[in-house]
Design a protein around this ligand. Sequence first.
Ligand code: PLP
Length: 375
Amino acid sequence: MEKSSICASHDHDPHRGLVKPIQTSTAYFYIDEGKQPYPRYFNTPNQESVAAKIAKLESAEAGLVFSSGMAAISGGIMPFVKPGDHVILLRGLYGGTHSFVTKEFAKWGIEYDFASTDLNEFESLIRTTTTLIYVETPTNPCLGILDLKSLSSLVKSKHILTVIDNTFATPINQNPIKLGIDLVIHSGTKYLGGHSDLSCGAVVGESQLVDAVLANARNYGGTLNPASCHLLERSLQTLDVRVQRQNSNALAVSQYLESHDRVGKVLYPGLPSHPQHQLATQQMSGFGGMIAFELADGFDVTDFLRALKLATPAMSLGGVETTLTIPALTSHKLMPEADRQACGVTENMVRFSTGIESSQDLIEDLQQALAGLQS
Ligand SMILES: *Cc1c(COP(=O)(O)O)cnc(C)c1O
């Protein structure tokens, strides 16, 4: 089935409404019933319905929805590691994930190393105790691309579980399971929700793996409430059209920025100038809505953000409205300078999350803001 049809398809409710009702019950009649729905068992009607849709979008057997991206990330990692295990993670992970790993793993006696998008680094770090590899691609905020197919074949015979945070790409542009990755995680707070008004997360994969995640998640309790399940399911109906528009807007905006003499480096996987454009073309069906760029030397990034009238400086990403941040002053502020440089985050870098506005309006906004800058 095409993704646009998965997004739009619905279960009819018993009263023949086209929209699945919000089932608020936390208690269910149980005499003579096998299954016991309960919110923290992740098996109420709204939870199961939306989780199944996300699983289908990712070509996964099963899925679970969580109350935040981090609940999904912690829930997707912890069942598969134990004291003495070794984990390899991509350097420059989402800040919350980096914080989780560096603070929690030590407490549990789990060892770890970080590697760049160069797979040789991953290979050289593998130990006999390595049980899990955790990655993101495209990376935040520098839009580096990691070769997922090569990564999965590298660890195939080694009993190492591969886990990806696919938030930036969305299931519309990239399906890691088809490339051999085991478990896919989303912060649904970003593109899946898509309207900057919903906190949620998801984990999808083979049933056996998702069962292991569930057994652990029932103890940790990061369950998603029925109203949010409904909002997420409604958002999924427009995921395909939103992301297609974000893809085309991001390409138009990045081409415009690349041609502007007040703009320095522009990083967008869809641009032929992107160092891994070929790889992105192979493993992604669209290049996403995220762009990173630098202003030319001598221009102030905060002045630039203040001069914009349509695009809004705001944390978070993936919404229908275009938002921007300066990573060195926001998401990557607490990172030591050397680590920041290793990830390629410079002082005058802007992270641009493209919305669904008209690309012409976005370009005109950038044009007026850049034209007014004083050097
Ligand atoms: C936002 C984000 C998360 C965390 O999601 P929350 O819903 O804020 O917990 C994880 N990974 C990526 C790539 C994100 O952008």
